[in-house]
Design a protein around this ligand. Structure first.
Ligand SMILES: [Ca+2]
Ligand SMILES: [Ca+2]
Length: 515
């Protein structure tokens, strides 16, 4: 702690420090959040559109969720500046922002400022030229056509230099890095640290939602910036235009000494952190209270607020979508598992049925006594209960019906062939003369009718088998045998008729030849 101009908060911190036992100062500085140099959502802006402790100008628009430094319209300039000059020597600013545009190329870019002057519009990314302090540029547009943009570069200025826009300031930078910061799935982050005359910029490229996913962009020693200054962010668009949105601007002061109350996780003294967190919370509550009062006084504003609720924050929407997707998956898996259970149940049923049938068949094969224990010696055997249907019977029935279907199909095919032949013959009446086709067709008809009758009889019997066990007991095998017989008979009949008709046809044609 050096020649620090102590504010009230710093005074309290100083008193706290006075009671503290000073430890050895480590390599990493101690951080303290400076809420008077910071803004972040929710309630980034107040109802009147102002951002507490900040002033925005030009085309910048403040909302509760972010600060749109420029909208994606042509030739826009906007900026936001801290109202208070810094009261600390070393600092770190975490800048969370998005640069989004529909084009593959955007313009012009966004700048972070730490300068002695403040809030002056100009040609350097929307802010004044010949600044005194630091400009850190996120330059989207490749003015010098060296295919090296988007580019991040640092350029301190003592108020004498004019920014070389045409060459993207390539000769004026003290350091830089080639990083794409446009159109990223998550906001990009830059951690700009100025500590003991070392300027370091860490960058998070917004490809993951991991807030700690930083990599080094630049580090320069012996950088001498004004001892006191203002923080600012500006942006500009040109012929091409991007939305330049700042979501968070978080400033911490850095000190070498270990403050009182131990050290928190991130090297922040926990007691101080708590105090300032409380202060910040109180401030936020105050803001919310004022908001509520405003709504009470202006009931029509409530409607507006409700309308706002229709538009959810992007991260919340992402989370909701992920949650929905997972719920859908869960439901699907539940359905599949239910189906599998059903299938397993059915399989088990089928298995038990088959086992029963198999046992019955085995018992039948062994002693014709299914499901009946052998009678004890000297006892009158219990009357056998014939099982309603046996496996071989089922097989027979199935085979018989299959054969029936096959024979019917054969018959149909034959009929089709015959009818086409008939048509063919009818088309050539001169060559065949008075062939007695009609009689053979009639004979065929009769034969088919006979088969039909037989088939219906068989089907009647097949139906009667499982329904009346008594009938089955009388003649368990006759139906099966008769089915076979019938089919054989039908087949023979068909063959005979066919052979006859073909023989007759050929004979007729042969006799024709002799005429
Ligand atoms: Ca440029
Ligand atoms: Ca360039």
């Amino acid at each position: 702690m050096t020649n620090m101009a102590l504010g009230l908060n710093e005074l309290i911190a100083g008193i706290l420090l006075a009671f503290a036992v000073l430890g050895t100062s480590g390599q990493t500085p101690y951080k303290r959040f400076e809420y008077k140099y910071s803004f972040k959502p929710p309630y980034l802006s107040q109802k009147d559109g102002t951002v507490p402790f900040f002033e925005h100008l030009g085309n910048a628009i403040a909302s509760e969720e972010n600060l749109r430094v420029t909208p994606s319209l042509r030739s826009q300039k906007g900026s936001i500046w801290s109202r208070l000059q810094t009261t600390f020597d070393w600092w770190e600013v975490e800048l969370v922002f998005r640069v989004t545009g529909r084009g593959r190329i955007g313009a012009d870019g966004l700048a972070f400022w730490y300068t002695e002057d403040r809030a002056k519009e100009g040609p350097v990314f929307g802010s004044m030229d010949q600044w005194r302090g630091l400009g850190l540029f996120f330059d989207s547009f490749d003015n010098d056509n060296k295919h090296n943009n988007p580019y991040i570069m640092a350029m301190p200025n003592d108020g004498t230099k004019l920014y070389d826009h045409q060459n993207d300031g390539s000769t004026q930078q003290i350091a830089g890095c080639l990083r794409d910061f446009r159109n990223k799935p998550f906001p990009v982050r830059a951690k700009i640290q100025y500590y003991k005359n070392i300027l370091q910029v860490m960058f998070n490229n917004g490809m993951s939602n991991n807030e700690n996913d930083y990599e080094l962009c630049l580090r320069v020693e012996n950088v001498f910036l004004p001892a006191r200054g203002y923080f600012g962010v500006s942006a500009a668009t040109g012929g091409l235009a991007d939305d330049h949105d700042v979501q968070k601007f978080l400033t911490s002061s850095l000190t070498a000494e270990q403050p009182a109350g131990g050290v928190g996780d991130a090297g922040i003294p926990s007691q101080e952190q708590q105090k300032f967190d409380k202060e910040f919370e109180g401030y936020q509550q105050e803001l919310q209270k004022k908001k509520d009062e405003y709504i009470k006084e202006h009931p029509e504003a409530q409607k507006e607020k409700d309308d706002d609720d229709w538009f959810e924050e992007e991260q919340i929407r992402e989370l909701r979508q992920i949650f929905q997707g997972q719920s859908d998956l869960r439901l699907l898996i539940q359905t599949i598992s239910r189906r599998i259970d059903e299938m397993v149940g059915r399989q088990e049923n089928t298995n038990s049925l088959l086992t029963n049938l198999q046992q019955n068949a085995l018992a039948l094969g062994q002693g014709q006594m299914p499901q009946v224990p052998p009678p004890a010696h000297g006892q009158v055997p219990v009357q056998q209960i014939p099982s309603p249907i046996q496996r071989f019977e089922v097989d027979n029935i199935l085979a018989a019906s299959r054969e029936l279907v096959a024979s019917t199909r054969e018959i149909k095919n034959l009929l089709v062939t015959i009818s086409t032949k008939q048509d063919h013959q009818a088309a050539q009446p001169a060559s065949y003369g008075n062939i007695d086709i009609s009689s053979s067709v009639n004979e065929l008809k009769e034969g088919i009718n006979g088969v039909k009758r037989d088939v219906s009889m068989v089907s009647q019997r097949v139906h009667s088998i499982p329904l009346s066990p008594a009938a089955q007991v009388e003649c368990p095998s006759s139906s099966c045998v008769s089915t076979f017989t019938l089919i054989v008979v039908a087949a023979i009949q068909m063959a005979v008729f066919l052979g006859y008709s073909i023989y007759k046809g050929s004979k007729e044609s042969q006799t024709k030849k002799f005429y």
